[in-house]
Design a protein around this ligand. Structure first.
Ligand SMILES: [Zn+2]
Length: 49
C-alpha cells in the first residue's frame, strides 16, 4: 500500500491527499482537485502525514 499524506489547499482550504513518494519533499507541484490550484507541499496551508 502506497503511503499518502493529507494536504490542505492554501487557496480553497479543502483537504485532499497525495502519494508521499511522488510529492513530499520532491519539489513537484500538487494539484488541488477542488479549485485547480497548483502549489508545492511547502506552500500547503497544512500537512498531515
Ligand atoms: Zn484548492
Amino acid at each position: 500500500m502506497a503511503r499518502i499524506f493529507w494536504v490542505k489547499c492554501p487557496h480553497c482550504h479543502k483537504r485532499f491527499y497525495a502519494a508521499t513518494v511522488d510529492f513530499r519533499h520532491k519539489g513537484r507541484k500538487l494539484w488541488c482537485p477542488f479549485c485547480g490550484a497548483e502549489f508545492l507541499d511547502d506552500e500547503a496551508e497544512e500537512i498531515t502525514e
